[in-house]
Design a protein around this ligand. Structure first.
Ligand code: NAD
Ligand SMILES: O=S(=O)(O)c1ccc(CO)cc1
Length: 488
């Protein structure tokens, strides 16, 4: 049985005021993966008090940037040292392959180092030489206490928001998704060990029923200056409404219905098909960046689909801890039922080419598995083409020419990621400039190996603001104009 994990508030490990705990069961085999505090509003208030005090009077925002950077570098080293155990916790709670989770652990360590380096080299601006007797300073200051409400699917992506916030001197109250708090608790413990002062980083966990209660308490609190939220667009709207209470700054990382567009001159239909398959099978489609729509130019459709089905068939569903597994179960029984309902409805209007059901395999019977599913002849108006399923379900749509392809890609309320495959620079640039998405890939898709630290975020209902890169740091800064007359 795993040990019961506590909340982390003001540098102390504390039980929830109510004394209640909850168990997280593995979605793969229903064993107990973790035991956590089921916090209420009281616990959230206590964490907010700590973060407020730490920001208003504590050392962290007043330390030289180089001293904060040292803590980040130590924490990065500790994360790397513990990568095996942390990625195992994530794999057990999220249900997705440990090797995939390992990338997030190493990514969080890189993020700590990226912001450690950035914070010591960034400078503000001076306005000098515009008047003989005056200078101006355009100064950037930390926004203050930040509430961070995070999604369950990529638990250590919390580093993308917490690192830049802490780097500039903000303090935080973090509430993870109830399904996968383990990695975040390890992260808090590592930060403490690396020398982070008490009250800078506070974590409160809560069971499913209290997620919204605690989330609303943080988002609505008058003592919180900003809320950064990762989750569904529906919850994002509720967070924004609560944040209106004190007009706090809001940053939202939300859902998507991201297209990959296969133009007839794609450099390799097989490579493109492999990338499309990976884009929907990865994390069993439970990724904000899942490429859940593939739009194929008519003349290459038959050949592309043949390659695609071969790649989909190569998916290895299984134990998240096994090295060969490429796709684990869905996160919960509710999510499984939700995906099944989407698929059932789609079957009446689209043509099922693969999957569409739970796998019939003895070794997977305890898990919430669903086969990677492909629908062809999907109408752009259908729910399966428009809504985020958050499961391994891919819709194929067809188009005639470049302009049609781009216009179909834009037929969505979301705008997180878009990919295209073409050998033509003109087509690639037409796509990149006209598609309404925060991240655009050409001849690749969500490929961590080529470019790192590019800003992440969405257009339209996929969000507000950016994570990662220097842009991620700017999100947590307030601008102050200082005007100094030095001679009267
Ligand atoms: N754009 C991104 O970077 C990104 C990354 C990961 C996940 N996501 C999105 O997250 C969603 C899946 O994650 P999820 O199921 O955890 O999302 P969710 O919206 O259900 O929950 C997100 C967080 O908000 C809390 N919450 C729930 N109701 C709340 C309320 N009314 N007020 C305040 N907080 C509340 C939850 O407890 C959780 O911590 C998908 O839509 C996915 O696309 C986006
Ligand atoms: O593509 S995902 O792995 O789901 C992902 C999640 C979060 C973020 C940014 O925080 C980026 C990518």
């Amino acid at each position: 049985m795993p040990v019961t994990r506590l909340n982390f508030i003001d540098g102390e490990w504390l039980a929830a005021a109510s004394g209640r705990t909850y168990q997280r069961l593995s979605p793969y085999d229903q064993s107990v993966a973790g035991i956590y505090q089921d916090s209420d509003v009281d616990d959230a208030e206590r964490a907010i008090d700590a973060a407020r005090r730490s920001f208003d009077t504590g050392p962290w925002p007043r330390w030289p940037a180089a001293q904060r950077a040292i803590v980040f570098k130590r924490a990065a080293a500790l994360l790397r040292e513990r990568r095996e155990s942390i990625s195992t916790i994530m794999a057990r709670e999220v249900g997705q392959p440990r090797l995939e989770q390992l990338k997030f652990v190493l990514g969080a360590a890189d993020t700590l180092e990226f912001y450690a380096n950035l914070i010591v080299s960034r400078r503000d601006e001076a306005v000098y030489g515009q008047h003989p007797d005056a200078v101006g300073i355009v100064a950037k200051e930390p926004v203050g206490v930040v509430g961070s409400l995070t999604a369950w699917n990529t638990p250590l992506s919390v580093a993308h928001k917490c690192c830049p916030a802490m780097a500039v001197g903000c303090t935080l109250v973090v509430k993870p998704g109830h399904q996968s708090p383990g990695a975040l608790i390890e992260f808090a413990s590592i930060l403490q060990e690396a020398g982070l002062p008490p009250g800078v980083f506070n974590v409160v966990t809560s069971a499913i029923d209290n997620g919204a209660v605690v989330g609303q308490a943080i988002a609505g609190s008058e003592r919180v200056d900003m809320v950064t939220f990762t989750g569904s667009s529906t919850t994002g709207k509720a967070v924004m409404r609560a944040a209106a209470n004190n007009l706090k700054r809001v940053k939202l990382e939300l859902g998507g219905k991201s297209p990959q567009v296969i133009f007839a001159d794609a450099p390799s239909l097989d490579t493109a098909a492999g990338s499309v398959a990976k884009g929907i099978v990865r994390l069993a489609g439970q990724s904000c960046q899942a490429g859940s729509r593939v739009l194929v130019q008519k003349q290459v459709k038959a050949e592309f689909v043949e390659h695609l089905l071969a790649h989909i068939a190569a998916t290895k569903m299984g134990d998240p801890l096994a090295e060969e597994t490429t796709c684990g179960p869905l996160v919960s029984e509710d999510q499984l039922h939700r995906v099944e309902a989407f698929v059932k409805e789609a079957q009446s209007s689209a043509r099922l080419l693969a999957g569409g059901k739970r796998p019939v395999r003895e070794d997977l019977a305890q898990g919430f598995f669903f086969e990677p599913t492909v629908f062809d002849d999907v109408s752009p108006d259908s729910r399966i083409a428009r809504e985020e399923v958050f499961g391994p379900v891919l819709s194929i749509l067809t188009f005639d020419d470049v302009e049609d392809g781009i216009s179909l890609a834009n037929q969505t309320v979301f705008g997180l990621v878009a990919g295209c495959w073409t050998q033509s620079l003109a087509t690639a640039m037409a796509f990149a400039t006209k598609v309404r998405a925060g991240m655009v890939w050409v001849n690749g898709y969500r490929d961590d190996s080529i470019l790192k630290h590019m800003p992440v975020g969405g257009f339209k209902q996929s969000g507000i603001g950016r994570e990662m890169g220097p842009e991620g740091l700017d999100e947590f800064l307030e601008t102050k104009s200082i005007m100094i007359r030095h001679r009267l």
